[in-house]
Design a protein around this ligand. Structure first.
Ligand code: NAD
Length: 423
């Protein structure tokens, strides 16, 4: 579980991990100290406390955050999550990772993230809408099509993006579709956005397997987290011929070494079922799923899942980080020593922000593309990012994670240097 930063073991604090990853890359690049000083901090961190009227007439106070790490290469971009254990340190880390992710994919965006401390499962639909609209209003000073563009993340959806878009549009007096991405198609959302992150995960998994000489038909996969990213990844990998043996959500998971029938499980979920109500399958806990004897592990839930405590027991040969920050820095060192290859989050889950970029461009031009065009462009961005990561890693004899960081950090550093330090 991701838990509030104050109660975390310091090595599992995502902000500490994000900064230590940056420090390692900056050291290898020999970045000037003044650039390091700028890039290792967030530009803006905004905390809001706001009231929401509950259905019974009572009022509850909530805390939310919007953080912009860097806006040198373009408007800030990053999702909003609703989670009871959301913290400012978590949001800062996620904002920094967005900066590197956008730079590696070469999108003209900086990095941001937002979050509200709330368990949405405890709210009615109307309460959730009121909370969303009030939070959107609270962060209006920061967000906008040219300044900062939110998107869905953990526990937020296309519908929640529609409420944010509508709130900002009502305040502006006209429709502002480009203020958020991941919206429903009816109001300027993009074809292919819902499946974009999972599609990107699948594209880089195929690329990594090719590098490692692994064939999908003989490759087993475990996916932790069966939300947007995890379920689409499992589905598309299944379609590519991988044997997806284990999946899980917050309630736990299911495991079948012979391979799960992913389409049937998705059908069960569409019919209102959950992983907990699946019958006839072996149960597996979230922790033991990570340690199953599979070839590929896709953590697609939350941060700090692979830590110094379990890294030595991971049996997968390849880890593809669907989630942001699932591996702590200490765990990364253990995995590297053991020869476990990691496709890092800033590449692996960049498919979402890539199609968000396409959505923003389509909204600004009021000109919409067909899904095959979007998927083709998405795959090209993912393959280019993968190739640049591998090339940098080989050139410096470092891990793929560090290769990805070298490309991304250098791009943001170059942009910062050429713009100069204002005034
Ligand atoms: P989601 O809310 O759709 O799904 C999250 C899933 O994780 C759910 O199945 C939930 O039950 C499960 N989960 C929660 N806590 C868990 C735990 N302790 N152990 C196991 N499973 C747990 O969220 P999502 O959008 O799929 O995001 C998942 C991860 O991917 C996050 O790290 C997010 O930042 C990252 N991400 C999402 C996108 C996107 O486009 N949605 C893009 C890039 C990265």
């Amino acid at each position: 579980m991701s838990v509030a930063a104050s109660t975390l073991h310091e090595s599992e604090n995502p902000w500490r991990n994000a900064q230590s990853q940056f420090d390692a890359a900056a050291g290898l690049l020999g970045l000037e100290p003044r650039l390091c000083a700028v890039l290792r901090e967030v530009r803006r961190e905004f905390t809001v406390r706001f009231p929401v009227q509950m259905d019974d007439g009572s009022v509850r106070m909530f805390t939310g955050y919007r953080v912009q790490h860097n806006t040198t290469r373009g408007p800030a971009k990053g999702g909003i999550r609703f989670h009871p254990e959301c913290s400012l340190d978590e949001v800062k880390a996620l904002a920094m990772w967005m900066t590197w992710k956008c730079a590696l994919a070469n999108l003209p965006f900086g990095g941001a993230k937002g979050g509200v401390i709330v368990d949405p499962a405890e709210l009615s639909h109307h309460e959730l809408e009121r909370l969303t609209r009030r939070f959107a209003t609270e962060i209006t000073v920061l967000i906008g099509p040219e300044s900062d563009i939110p998107a869905p993340d953990v526990n937020t959806s296309a519908e929640i993006m529609a409420w944010i878009m509508d709130t900002l549009s009502m305040e502006a007096g006209h429709s502002v579709p480009a203020v958020v991405t991941g919206k429903p198609i009816d109001i300027g959302g993009s074809e292919g956005r819902h499946r974009a992150t999972g599609r990107g995960v699948t594209v880089v998994t195929l690329e990594a397997c090719r590098c490692l000489g692994m064939e999908p038909a003989t490759t087993t996969v475990a996916v932790q987290g069966f939300g947007n990213v995890g379920s689409v990844s499992a589905q598309l990998m299944h379609e590519e011929g991988f044997r997806v043996c284990a999946i899980s959500d917050v309630t736990g998971g299911v495991h079948d070494p012979a391979g799960l029938d992913i389409p049937a499980i998705l059908e069960h979920r569409r019919a209102g079922g959950t992983l907990a109500t699946l019958t006839g399958l072996r149960r597996v806990s979230n922790q033991s799923l990570l340690e199953l004897p599979v070839d590929v592990l896709v953590p697609a839930a939350l941060e700090s899942q692979i830590t110094a405590a379990n890294a030595a027991r991971i049996q997968a040969r390849l880890i593809v980080e669907g989630a942001n920050g699932p591996t702590t820095t200490e765990a990364d060192h253990v995995l590297e020593r053991r020869g476990v290859v990691v496709v890092p989050d800033i590449l692996a889950n960049a498919g979402g922000v890539t199609v968000s970029y396409f959505e923003w461009v389509q909204d600004l031009q009021s000109f919409f593309w067909e899904e095959p065009e979007i998927n083709r462009r998405l795959e090209a961005v993912m393959r280019r990012g993968f190739a640049q990561m591998v090339e940098a890693a080989q050139a410096h004899t470092v891990s793929w994670r560090m290769g990805a960081y070298l490309v991304a950090v250098q791009r943001v550093a170059d942009a910062t240097a050429v713009r100069g330090i204002y005034p």
